[in-house]
Design a protein around this ligand. Structure first.
Ligand SMILES: Cc1cc2nc3c(=O)[nH]c(=O)nc-3n(C[C@H](O)[C@H](O)[C@H](O)COP(=O)(O)O)c2cc1C
Length: 144
């Protein structure tokens, strides 16, 4: 399977999460490539069997918490073509509603949302395996 892992990162934690997702995918003998949301092309999406798309949590801890930049960069992505998508975010305190907001935006861009996961920026392994597995399972179901 060919998996595309997209990230939006300011200080590197979300890029590290994207790389950890790619490693988890590769450990299951699938192919994974990692790209920032700014550099992805429509051919990358067209060639992917599944995608992971994530950003960091931005807000004032309790108020205005949102997926950073997503209302700008999600509409600028190529169409997600009903491909299975796992949405993820990194956070320091509490992701609150940012993951659901990201999921809504990605659905609006044509993604078929199959899983979502918030990763604490210092504990990227927590929740990684079942998250990756549910997206791979959805994609392999498509290929049957
Ligand atoms: C301006 C700013 C606002 C942030 N607001 C929140 C927040 O409201 N809640 C939270 O849990 N983390 C918040 N964080 C922490 C980041 O979401 C966290 O450090 C994230 O992993 C950063 O990802 P990055 O290194 O890929 O940029 C904020 C960080 C910054 C720089």
């Amino acid at each position: 399977m060919n998996v595309l892992v997209l990230y939006q990162s300011r200080n590197g934690h979300t890029r590290a999460a994207a790389q950890a997702i790619a490693q988890a995918v590769q450990s299951q003998r699938h192919f994974a490539s990692v790209r920032s949301v700014a550099e992805v092309r429509s051919t990358d999406v067209a060639q992917a069997d599944a995608l992971f798309i994530g950003t960091w949590t931005q807000g004032f801890i309790l108020f205005g918490v949102k997926p950073a930049g997503a209302s700008l960069w999600v509409p600028a992505l190529p169409s997600l073509m009903n491909k299975p998508v796992g949405a993820y975010c990194t956070y320091r305190y509490n992701p609150r509603g940012s993951l659901n907001k990201l999921t809504d935006l990605l659905m609006g861009q044509g993604g078929r949302m199959v899983a979502q996961q918030a990763f604490h920026r210092d504990r990227l392994d927590v929740g990684m395996e079942p998250f990756v597995q549910s997206v791979l399972d959805a994609a392999s179901g498509d290929r049957l």
